[in-house]
Design a protein around this ligand. Structure first.
Ligand code: AMP
Ligand code: MG
Length: 402
């Protein structure tokens, strides 16, 4: 048997990052930046007003107060987007709008709220310090500054940053296309009737959703029966399109374990027993020299746990991201648990933060077919290979589920 760490190391050694693509900004959303981006200009690019008000010489209004306002002549209006070069002299002021360029000479903005709002003459009731409500050129970003590092996942704020420095396109590693195939002659589509001996395909949906949650784009293919030709055709059909393929079912010791049967010997596919519970039978390899294929066990919890432990880091690696595991905290067990020697045991549980400490209580029903205890848990407790029993109050590593 392989350990979890050995299996993951083999997966990561084989998984190469996807080539970057040059795309438009909105196409880049959720992609991972494949170039460092530097600012071609200062931001703001010019000194501008932070308020609607009046551009003044601060020295002119130094003595202004409620009881003795200073009155200045208004030479004109400056609106955001105005392109004429304005300037004012001492003793004068200009009405100015938010975002408009500060006229040459002026060194403070008096907000309209401190004045009577006059258009020919204005009475100013409060002094303003030099620089008051002026947004200085370069105070946000300076020309040449790196605003986004290579390897940054682009969310809305980062897309806005790119637009603000005038970029229309960037180089990103796109979200990997993950194709999910469920195998099993007992499986039928949710929304249709189940006959005797049949069940609805849960894994196809859970794994497709998990792939999207983990930063990929999941594509669910329908169910495939336990028929070698159909299974092989189903996988081959996706090879040109998919960046990663996941199958579920058909990899254990049954007489109908067709996934293992048809993929053994193809590409670098290997089928192993991994020392973990749930999820012992695992297959992984590259097909066509480039596409990682994960054949996960069919029990829904086994498939899900295998995804989080093995597929998720590989999806990150495809995008050039460090293959971090799910965020993990140390929690205190609320009740004792036992665990098989030699296996890494993932137990579903409820993680809670109380009185400054994390607490975790194991779910009832830890069978690998029991999807309800998964859907009602928010975490996986990770009990190491060498630990066979933990007492209430003991510390245990806990992975938060997405
Ligand atoms: P297998 O790995 O094919 O031997 O399947 C193990 C168990 O998981 C069996 O009870 C299957 O019926 C069940 N199973 C397999 N695939 C799915 C699926 N897509 N959705 C729900 N249960 C499944
Ligand atoms: Mg099966």
């Amino acid at each position: 048997m392989k350990t979890v760490d050995e299996h993951l190391a083999d997966i990561l050694a084989a998984t190469k990052e996807l080539p970057p693509l040059e795309v438009t900004l909105l196409e880049a959303l959720h992609g991972v930046l494949a170039e460092p981006v530097t600012a071609p200009v200062d931001l703001p690019p010019f000194d501008n007003s932070a308020m609607d008000g009046y551009a003044v010489f601060a020295s002119d209004v130094a003595g202004a107060s409620e009881t003795s306002p200073v009155t200045l002549s208004v030479v004109g209006d400056i609106a955001a987007g105005d392109q004429e070069a304005y300037g004012i002299r001492a003793g004068l002021c200009a009405r100015i709008m938010t975002g408009a360029p500060v006229p040459a000479g002026a060194d403070a903005i008096v907000p309209v709220e401190w004045t009577d709002g006059g258009t020919a003459k204005v009475a100013i009731r409060r002094p303003a310090k030099v620089g008051n409500y002026i947004r200085r050129s370069g105070e946000d970003v300076t020309v040449g500054q790196t605003v986004l590092e290579s390897g940054t996942r682009l969310g809305a704020a980062q897309i806005g940053m790119l637009a603000a420095i005038g970029r229309a396109r960037v180089s990103v590693r796109p979200r990997p296309r993950v194709v999910v195939l469920s195998t099993g002659s007992e499986l039928v589509e949710p929304g249709t009737m189940v006959g005797p001996g049949q069940i609805w395909d849960a894994n196809g949906f859970a794994l497709t959703a998990a792939a999207t949650e983990a930063g990929g784009v999941g594509f669910r293919q329908g169910v495939i029966g336990d028929d070698p030709r159909q299974v092989l055709a189903g996988i081959e059909e996706q090879l040109g399109f998919a960046d990663l393929i996941i199958t579920s079912g058909g990899v254990s010791m049954g007489a109908r374990d067709v996934v293992k049967e048809v993929l053994s010997g193809l590409g670098t596919m290997k089928f192993d027993k991994v020392a973990m519970r749930p999820g012992k039978p695992q297959g992984f390899g590259l097909l066509d020299d480039r596409t990682p294929v994960f054949t996960l066990p069919g029990n829904p919890v086994s498939a899900f746990v295998s995804f989080q432990v093995f597929v998720r880091p590989a999806l990150r690696a495809l995008q050039g991201l460090p293959p971090d595991p799910l965020p993990t905290v140390v929690a205190h067990l609320s009740e004792p648990v036992t665990s098989p020697a030699g296996l890494r045991h993932y137990l579903r549980g409820a993680l809670e933060y109380r009185d400054g400490v994390y607490h975790v209580s194991p779910a009832e029903g830890q069978g690998s077919h029991q999807i309800f205890s998964l859907s009602s848990s928010n975490a996986l407790m990770v009990v190491g290979e060498d630990t066979t029993a933990l007492a209430a109050g003991d510390e245990v590593d806990v992975m938060r589920l997405p």
